[in-house]
Design a protein around this ligand. Structure first.
Ligand code: IVH
Length: 694
C-alpha cells in the first residue's frame, strides 16, 4: 500500500469512529436528557465528546451539521427573523371549574354526530412557551416561537442547544421518517434550573425572573445561543401537526416518544368527562412534586377525525381546553416576624414560617407588607396562616386560620426602635410605612449601595448584593464614594472574586463615572426621586453645581413658582414634581454628610453634568405617545422609558386611541389586548430599539 492509500485508510477509519461516536453520544444524551436515566457517568460522556471533537478537528470539513458537537452555533442577527408557521399555532381556551369542563364536553358532543363516543387525552399543562419544530427527513431544520400564531420568530440556533430536542430523529423500527414533520411542544425551564439562575442573577445584581416561564422565554430569545445553552432549558413534545399524524392523538404521543422526544409521562387516555375530572383532581396532588411548573391540565379529544370535524374558533381549537388550577396555597405556622430596614429606611415585616412546600419549593418566609396589613388581617405570632404564591416569587400571607387559635398566640409588637441601629422609628401621617429616623442607619448604607449600583441607577455590573455585603463587612466601603477608591488588590480578597472578575468590576466602576447626572441623582436614593424626577432635575439644572447653587433656592419656593406659572399661564418647568418631592430634595442636599459625599464623588472624577440629547425631531418616536407593557427581555422599564423620553416621546401608563405605539414584552396582559382592540401599533423591544436608534 502506498502512503496516500495509508492516509486515506486512516481517514476512513477515523471518520467511521466519529460516526459511531456520534451515535453513541446521541444515545447517551437521550438517556440523560429525555429519559432521565443515564447509564454512564458525566466524565465518561465527556471523554466520548473529547474524542469526537479531536477527530472533528482533524477533518473539520467532514463534520455534519447535526453532530452533537454542533449544538451551539453562530449568533443570531440583531433580531430574530419572522417565519410563517406551516399551520397556525393554536392556543387554548380555559376552564376554571367542573361546570365549565362539563360544558366543554357538551359542546364537543354537540359538534359531532349524535351518539358519538368521545375519548379524551389528559395532559399536564406545562408552564413554558410553545414552539414549533420542523424536521425534514428526520433532521431539525427550523424552530419557531408561537408569535401571533401565524407568524413566529425563528429561534433555530437557540433551540438546537436544548439537549432534550433531537437534532436527528430516531427512526422507529421498520419505518422511514416522514419527509416533513411539524412537532409542537413546550420549551420550559425546570424548577431547579430556574432557582439556580435567579441565584446567579441576584449575585450579579441583575433582576430576577418572576417565574420559570419568563425565564424560559427570556432564555430562548437570546441573541447569543451560548447564553441559551447555559440556561438548562428542556422541551416536552405534545402535538404532531397534520401530515405524519396518526389517527389518534395518543398514538401521536407514542410516536413522538419513538422519535426520541421527551413526552410527559403524566398523560392518560380517559373514556368520559367524569374520568377527566378525576384525572384533574389526582394530578393536582402530584404536580407540586414534579421538576417543572404546571399551571393546569389539558383535555384533548383523542380521535384526530373528531378533532378535524370540530375545528377551531379563532385561535382556539374546539376539541381541546385547558383546565387552570387555582393559585396554590398552603397552611403553616407563623413563628415570628422579622423587621428589615430597606434603603429608604422603611421597616418591612417578613413572616418567618415553619417551612412548608408550595408550588414545588420550600417556603419559610412571606411578606407582610406593613403594619396596616398585619392589623387588617389580625395576624398574631403563633397563628396558623394560609399563604399563597400565584406566579410570584415572594409568597404572601393570605389569612389567619382563626378556628385553629389556641389562645397562646401573641399580638405583633410593632418595633419602636430600628432593628439595625436602635434609633427611634416614626410613622408619618397617613403613610403605612414606619421608618428609622437615623439618617446614617447602617441598613441605609447597605441597601442604598445596592440601589446605587443597580441597572437603572449607576449600572455597575458585577456588583451584586453579595459583593456589596462583603465590601461593607470588610470595611472597604462605607458609602458610594468609596466604591471609586477600590483597588484590584482589595477586590481579590473577596470571596469568589478572581482576578478577571476584579478587573471587570473595576472597569464597570470606572465606566459608571461617565453616567449623566440624572443617573447619579436617581442612584443617590433621595426619597421620592425616581428616575423621572431625577431626569427633570438634571435637565433643568444641567449640573450638580447648578442644582446646589440655584436649584436648592428654587426648589424651596416651588409652590410659589407653580402658582405664578399657573397665573401667568407660563410653562411649569417642574411639571412632574410637587412640593413633597422638592422638600425631600432640598432636605437631602442640605445635610452636610450628603454634601460631603457629593464632593468626594466629584473628586473621584464623576461627571456630575447632564447634556440634553441632540435634536430629536427626526426620531420616529418624537412627539408620539408610547405605552410599555409586560417584561421587556433586556431593557429595564425605567431604562426603556428614559430612552423614549430622550427622543421626545411621551410615555403613558394606559392605552387609549391616542396611543401611537405599545411596546409589549413577556406576559403583556390587558394593555396588549386593548391595543389590539383599538388597532394601536404593537411592537416588541427589538423593534423599539431599532426604531429609536434610527
Ligand atoms: S396543546 C392545538 N398541550 O398552553 C393545540 N398546549 O394556553 C394547542 N401548553 O399555547 C396546544 N402544555 O403553549 C397543549 N400539553 C399541552 C400544553 C400546552 C402547555 C401551552 C401551549 C399553548 C398554551 C395555551
Amino acid at each position: 500500500m502506498n502512503e496516500l492509500d495509508l492516509f486515506a485508510d486512516e481517514k476512513e477509519q477515523l471518520l467511521a469512529e466519529a460516526s459511531s461516536l456520534r451515535q453513541e453520544i446521541r444515545h447517551h444524551e437521550y438517556l440523560y436528557y429525555v429519559l432521565d436515566a443515564p447509564e454512564i457517568t458525566d466524565s465518561e460522556y465527556d471523554r466520548l465528546m473529547v474524542r469526537l471533537r479531536e477527530i472533528e478537528a482533524t477533518y473539520p470539513e467532514e463534520v455534519p451539521d447535526d453532530s452533537p458537537t454542533r449544538r451551539v452555533g453562530g449568533r443570531a442577527d440583531t433580531q430574530f427573523a419572522e417565519v410563517r408557521h406551516l399551520e397556525p399555532m393554536l392556543s387554548l381556551s380555559n376552564a376554571f371549574s367542573e361546570t365549565e369542563l362539563r360544558a366543554f364536553d357538551e359542546r364537543v358532543k354537540g359538534g359531532l354526530p349524535a351518539g358519538s363516543k368521545v375519548e379524551y387525552v389528559m395532559e399536564p399543562k406545562i408552564d413554558g412557551l410553545a414552539c414549533s419544530l420542523i424536521y425534514e427527513n428526520g433532521r431539525l431544520v427550523r424552530a419557531a416561537t408561537r408569535g401571533d400564531g401565524v407568524v413566529g420568530e425563528n429561534v433555530t440556533a437557540n433551540v438546537r442547544t436544548i439537549r432534550s430536542i433531537p437534532l436527528v430523529l430516531k427512526a422507529p423500527a421498520g419505518e422511514t421518517l416522514p419527509e416533513l414533520l411539524d412537532v409542537r411542544g413546550e420549551v420550559y425551564m425546570p424548577r431547579h434550573a430556574f432557582m439556580e439562575l435567579n441565584e446567579r442573577r441576584a449575585e450579579r445584581g441583575e433582576s430576577e425572573f418572576a417565574n420559570p416561564r419568563n425565564a424560559a422565554a427570556g432564555s430562548l430569545r437570546q441573541l447569543d445561543p451560548q447564553v441559551t445553552a447555559s440556561r438548562s432549558l428542556s422541551f416536552f413534545a405534545y402535538y404532531i401537526v397534520g401530515e405524519g399524524a396518526q389517527p389518534k392523538h395518543s398514538e401521536n404521543l407514542a410516536k413522538l416518544t419513538a422519535y426520541g422526544f421527551k413526552v410527559s409521562e403524566n398523560y392518560r387516555v380517559v373514556q368520559s368527562i367524569d374520568e377527566a375530572i378525576e384525572f384533574i383532581a389526582e394530578f393536582d396532588k402530584k404536580r407540586s412534586t414534579l421538576a417543572y411548573d404546571t399551571d393546569g391540565a389539558v383535555i384533548k379529544v383523542n380521535a384526530v377525525a373528531q378533532q378535524n370535524a370540530l375545528g377551531a374558533t379563532g385561535k382556539d381549537p374546539r376539541w381541546a381546553i385547558a383546565f387552570k388550577y387555582p393559585p396554590e396555597q398552603a397552611e403553616t405556622t407563623l413563628e415570628d416576624i422579622d423587621w428589615r430596614v430597606g434603603r429608604t429606611g422603611v421597616l418591612t415585616p417578613t413572616a418567618m414560617l415553619t417551612p412548608v412546600r408550595l408550588s414545588g419549593s420550600v417556603i419559610s418566609r412571606a411578606t407582610l407588607h406593613n403594619e396596616d396589613f398585619i392589623k387588617a388581617k389580625d395576624i398574631r405570632i403563633g397563628d396558623r396562616v394560609v399563604i399563597n404564591k400565584a406566579g410570584e416569587i415572594i409568597p404572601e400571607v393570605l389569612r389567619v386560620v382563626i378556628d385553629k387559635r389556641t389562645g397562646e398566640e401573641k399580638p405583633v409588637e410593632i418595633p419602636s426602635v430600628c432593628p439595625e441601629c436602635g434609633w427611634s422609628v416614626e410613622r408619618q401621617g397617613a403613610e403605612a410605612a414606619i421608618r428609622c429616623t437615623n439618617p446614617h442607619c447602617p441598613a441605609l448604607g447597605r441597601e442604598g449601595l445596592i440601589h446605587f449600583v443597580s441597572r437603572d441607577a449607576m449600572n455597575i455590573e458585577g456588583c451584586g448584593p453579595s459583593v456589596i455585603n462583603q465590601l461593607i463587612d470588610s470595611g472597604l466601603v462605607r458609602d458610594a464614594a468609596d466604591l471609586y477608591t477600590l483597588t484590584k488588590e482589595q477586590l481579590v480578597t473577596l470571596e469568589r472574586m478572581g482576578e478577571k472578575s476584579a478587573d471587570n468590576l473595576l472597569a464597570a466602576i470606572a465606566a459608571s463615572k461617565e453616567n449623566e447626572l440624572d443617573k447619579l441623582l436617581f442612584a443617590l436614593g433621595i426619597r421620592h426621586v425616581g428616575a423621572k424626577v431625577a431626569r427633570t432635575l438634571a435637565s433643568i439644572y444641567g449640573s450638580m453645581d447648578e442644582l446646589l447653587n440655584t436649584g436648592m433656592l428654587e426648589l424651596a419656593k416651588i409652590s410659589e413658582y407653580k402658582k405664578e406659572a399657573k397665573e401667568n399661564k407660563t410653562e411649569d418647568k417642574f411639571k412632574d414634581m410637587g412640593e413633597k418631592i422638592a422638600e425631600s430634595v432640598v432636605t437631602w442636599l442640605s445635610v452636610p454628610a450628603n454634601q460631603d459625599l457629593i464632593e468626594r464623588l466629584k473628586a473621584a472624577g464623576l461627571k456630575l453634568t447632564f447634556t440634553a440629547p441632540a435634536s430629536k425631531e427626526d426620531n420616529p418616536f418624537f412627539g408620539k405617545t408610547l405605552v410599555f407593557t409586560g417584561t421587556l427581555p433586556t431593557l429595564g422599564r425605567a431604562e426603556a422609558k428614559t430612552m423614549a423620553q430622550d427622543v421626545g416621546a411621551k410615555v403613558s401608563g394606559s392605552v387609549s386611541k391616542k396611543t401611537d405605539y405599545v411596546i409589549a414584552g413577556e406576559e403583556a396582559g390587558s394593555k396588549l389586548d386593548k391595543a389590539v382592540q383599538l388597532g394601536v401599533k404593537v411592537i416588541n423591544e427589538e423593534e423599539f430599539i431599532k426604531l429609536i436608534n434610527g
